[in-house]
Design a binder for this molecule. Sequence first.
Ligand SMILES: Cc1cc2nc3c(=O)[nH]c(=O)nc-3n(C[C@H](O)[C@H](O)[C@H](O)COP(=O)(O)OP(=O)(O)OC[C@H]3O[C@@H](n4cnc5c(N)ncnc54)[C@H](O)[C@@H]3O)c2cc1C
Length: 465
Amino acid sequence: MQNKFKYVIVGAGPTGLGAACRLKELGIDDFIILEKENLAGGLSASFTDGMGFTWDCGGHVQFSHYTYFDALMIKALGKEGWLNRQRESWVWIKDRFVPYPFQSNIRYLPKEDVWKCLQGIIRQYKQPSFTKPANFREWIYSSFGSGIAELFMIPYNFKVWAYPPEMLSYNWIGERVETTDLERVSKNILFELEDISWGPNSKFQFPKYGGTGSIWLNVASRIGDDKFHFCKTVNSVNNLQKTIHCTDGSTYKYHNLISTMPLDILVNGLQEIGNGMKEAVGSLMHSGTHVIGIGLKGAPKEDLKTKCWMYFPENNCPFYRVTVFSNYSPNNVPDINTHWSLMAEVSESTCKPVNRNNIVEETIKGLLNTGLINHADEVVSKWHRYLEYGYPTPSVGRDTVLNKVIPELDKQQIYSRGRFGGWKYEVSNQDHSLMQGVEIVNKLELNINEITFPFPATANAMWGK
Ligand SMILES: Cc1cc2nc3c(=O)[nH]c(=O)nc-3n(C[C@H](O)[C@H](O)[C@H](O)COP(=O)(O)OP(=O)(O)OC[C@H]3O[C@@H](n4cnc5c(N)ncnc54)[C@H](O)[C@@H]3O)c2cc1C
């Protein structure tokens, strides 16, 4: 049996690292971090393959909402450690690129489709719906009209979320999706305007070296090696005796447990928990994400040279998004003069199964179908990582579950926060996650109320740029 720690943090992703950083700043040394992998970073870690290509777990970009986060990023990599990038994102549809956001740039489509989209918006204006949408599907139709819904929003969202949109709520949307404005859309069509600067992430930063993961390795090194217990998978928690059990037989006692492991796994591993809690977390939904890195020889085609990422709503490829990862940093490839790289993301769920044995080959076929590459023999490296917990689904019943389970855990001094600890997609980027860790420590040590986890809309409005 080990010592009792004031804090045990489970998970060395951005949330756990945020909590640890804050404890350090407050002069509290009585804590440890248990992490099942052998490195820090969680879903924000990066990997270099045998050919020297660096990969993130899906395209990660920095577009922070918080001054604390921004300051930590500078401390981690220094001012010189970053590259500033202009977002260029596009939708590949009908054999052409349409700038993002799609809804503002429908003029790029064939004429019949422009009309279908416009007609849908006009009908919405003529006959607006005054009833509150019951789910994401209804929200899509009432916000964009049937044309944009059927051409882009419904098929694309199924590909991303891996669940039909009627199973999702829409209260996570906030600033993430621009809705349609008939006046603006009409002007763009008539005067052939490009409308691409919308959104909180029109500019972003990326580390010069080592991918996104280099940030978190640096943050971890500031916390101190002695605090990390790697290759420790938490198996169960005896919440009556405040003892954590790991799969290797080791045990740890805690006063406060800050957990960033998936909430459903945490609750199922609790010794004693109130009525209905395990059933409740059983209804939380998530999807898995396949990340497929394709290292290429040569150089990107002319029309990919400045693009960051592209969305794919059609069924001619398995992926919903591809990032031109060599455009983020030249150091993501072995030699930028002779190589470039693409990173694809494919979602998986019970509603959208994926054949894991051939997904890499299917991805390469998709890159050929969509014209991103010309020949399969350009491929010099293939990298595949499956993230079992990729996206926390904002399902229709999610908040009822969270409102029941999280306060009960809080009472027992088990604070479940972060992307899958808190399960709130709308506050599950790196900056939100880090701040959930910082804010829970501020609450416990300084009695300062949390904002990000309990009030996502407020957090996004307060720190939105
Ligand atoms: C495809 C994709 C694209 C993304 N793009 C962006 C982006 O562009 N910008 C952005 O800001 N964010 C992005 N994110 C989100 C970002 O990855 C998360 O915000 C961040 O990693 C969440 O941090 P976390 O600490 O809450 O969770 P995680 O990163 O999941 O960390 C949790 C940690 O807990 C560990 N753990 C789990 N179970 C156990 C256990 N039983 N015992 C011990 N340890 C355990 C895990 O190994 C992991 O290290 C993206 C995520 C994905 C999947």
